[in-house]
Design a protein around this ligand. Structure first.
Ligand code: ZN
Length: 251
């Protein structure tokens, strides 16, 4: 059938609008858990970077502690060897002790230079650690607020959905059952859109189907201007209507 005559054009257009709104709300509600999960994942990633920064700081502090222990050992070695200097009589043993003391001192100097370097590194790591902690804290507050807003909007949507579904049921019940059947069949095959608004290109006055975007044939261009009728799209078989035919000229 290339044209469907019915006095319920406007009622069916309204039903399609209700169904499209319900579909959009249903999709929005269904998308909420994924959006919350994405927020949580981003936050977990940030927390991981926080613990990495903390680990880096702790590792530097351990390294510094270790160097300080080695410095203390070197100092102890120097003291011991200096005491021993007074006890040895043998010249070679005396020289050997002096060499030991020299080595310990050299070792101690190197360790102390290392500690100075570590102190600088610890300062930098500490700044980094604090900055990331502050970022995490801020991000957590933002994330919590976003999750709360999403949950609240999901609740509101659920309420609106319930109301919209009730209204839709009543509107559908008032329609001619055959027309409704036809509508439901097309809707289930055409991704939820059975009744498509026809678009008019202002630059050339050409009409196209709002469902499949194909240009209308000259015959269809005439059909969509008829009252109390849907023109069937020659390409997608959706029921097409022209806004000004159904609702009158816009003021
Ligand atoms: Zn079409």
């Amino acid at each position: 059938m290339e044209i469907i005559h019915t006095i319920e054009v406007r009622a069916l257009v309204e039903l399609q609008k209700k169904d499209s709104a319900i579909d959009a709300m249903t999709a929005a509600v269904a998308g909420v858990p994924a959006r919350i999960a994405a927020l949580n994942a981003a936050f977990t990633e940030k927390k991981n970077s926080m613990s990495a920064a903390r680990q880096a700081l702790l590792a530097l502090q351990v390294k510094k502690k270790d160097s300080e222990l080695k410095i203390a050992e070197a100092e102890e070695g120097i003291r011991k060897h200096q005491r021993d200097l007074n006890l040895v009589k043998d010249n070679n043993a005396f020289k050997a002790l002096l060499t030991e003391i020299e080595n310990d001192k050299k070792n101690k100097d190197e360790l102390e230079t290392g500690v100075l370097f570590l102190l600088e590194e610890i300062d930098k790591a500490s700044v980094q650690d604090k900055a990331i902690q502050a970022e995490v804290k801020q991000m957590e507050a933002v994330m919590r607020a976003e999750v709360a807003a999403l949950e609240a909007s999901a609740k509101e949507l659920a309420v609106s959905l319930e109301r919209a579904r009730a209204e839709r049921l009543a509107a559908a019940a008032a329609l001619n059952p055959e027309l409704l059947d036809n509508y439901e069949n097309i809707r289930s095959n055409k991704n939820g859109l059975a009744v498509a608004l026809v678009h008019e290109d202002p630059s050339n006055g050409k009409f196209s189907c709002g469902g499949c975007h194909m240009s209308l044939t000259p015959q269809k261009t005439l059909d969509i201007k008829k009252h109390d009728a849907f023109a069937v799209c020659q390409d997608c078989r959706r029921l097409m209507y022209l806004e000004k035919t159904v609702y009158g000229e816009k003021v």
